[in-house]
Design a protein around this ligand. Structure first.
Ligand SMILES: C[S@@+](CC[C@H](N)C(=O)[O-])C[C@H]1O[C@@H](n2cnc3c(N)ncnc32)[C@H](O)[C@@H]1O
Length: 270
């Protein structure tokens, strides 16, 4: 893999974001692969830390993915629109109530970034109809850093950006590629983890489907690493593979006693 040497950081805050873990996880990744695949890209912490030259990123959240595409193709116009969006509760509620799919591509991306930076705790959460429903956060902060947005755009220049299910995103993967999978986590003892990134929740059946896809990739010689919670369920699902414990600080978790916990990184290689 060739790294682009660009210093880009995630431009949105994302539940389950791996920013604080990236440097713990990357030493477990191989370095000799052609393409980097990240089918649950979210805020892209690992993608931006690695900055791979050739990559395929994907997420089921279409608004998020459209935002990546708009920033890659026209970050300046996204920034211009952002500059004109006022940070008041009235404006927030007005912008939140607009249907993003009635806006231009760039305005849709600007609204996404704006809502992410001004909403309560930077959460992206939708109701069952897929409507964004987080209250106003009343934060006085910049919506974006122009230098970083430009670097983000450059780091995405040769990246294939897909919006859909993880399984489809891996349709063209080969045994010379590497896949990092960071699905919504299986819930930890009784407390359901945050799971409202899209109108469809990630339930047990999805975890079974993912683990069976991993077994299939393994049989085809494709190397992968999966993050998930340190639970019996997950250990059972990935039985026979390599388990690495990493210590994590979970950001979006109201139970403060659960903030420092171990998570699993499971790999199908040594
Ligand atoms: C734990 S987050 C990934 C966080 C990311 N690693 C980061 O650093 O920000 C899981 C992501 O999976 C996405 N997702 C949920 N169901 C999915 C599916 N079936 N296929 C692809 N992505 C899905 C969510 O929208 C969410 O962005």
């Amino acid at each position: 893999m060739f790294r682009l040497g660009i210093q880009a950081k995630p431009f949105i805050k994302w539940a389950g974001g791996k920013q604080s873990l990236a440097n713990q996880l990357i030493p477990f990744f191989p370095t000799d692969y052609d393409r980097y695949f990240e089918p649950f890209v979210g805020g892209g912490s690992l993608f931006f830390t690695l900055c791979p030259e050739i990559a395929v990123i994907n997420d089921h959240n279409r608004w998020l993915i459209d935002t990546y595409r708009a920033v890659r193709d026209n970050w300046q116009q996204v920034a211009e629109i952002l500059d004109k969006l006022p940070n008041t509760k009235e404006d927030y509620l007005r912008i939140r109530s607009q249907n993003p799919y009635e806006l231009s591509f760039e305005a849709r991306a600007a609204h996404f970034i704006y809502l992410n930076k001004t909403c309560f705790r930077g959460l992206f959460r939708v109701n069952r109809k897929g409507q964004f429903n987080v209250p106003y956060g009343a934060y006085d902060r910049r919506y974006y850093d122009p230098e970083n947005l430009e670097s983000v755009s450059s780091s995405l220049a040769h990246t294939t950006i897909l919006a859909g299910d993880f399984e489809l995103a891996l349709a063209g993967v080969s045994n010379r590629d590497f896949v990092y999978l960071d699905p919504p986590y299986y819930k930890l003892g009784g407390h359901s983890d945050f799971n409202r990134y899209t109108e469809n929740q990630f339930r047990e059946t999805e975890h079974f489907r993912l683990a069976s896809l991993c077994r299939d990739l393994d049989s085809r010689g494709v190397r992968w690493a999966v993050s998930n919670s340190n639970t019996e369920f997950v250990r059972h699902l990935y039985q026979g593979f390599h388990f690495h414990e990493v210590s994590a600080r979970r950001e979006i978790n109201l139970k403060s006693q659960n903030r420092n916990i171990l998570e699993l990184l499971i790999t199908n290689y040594d």
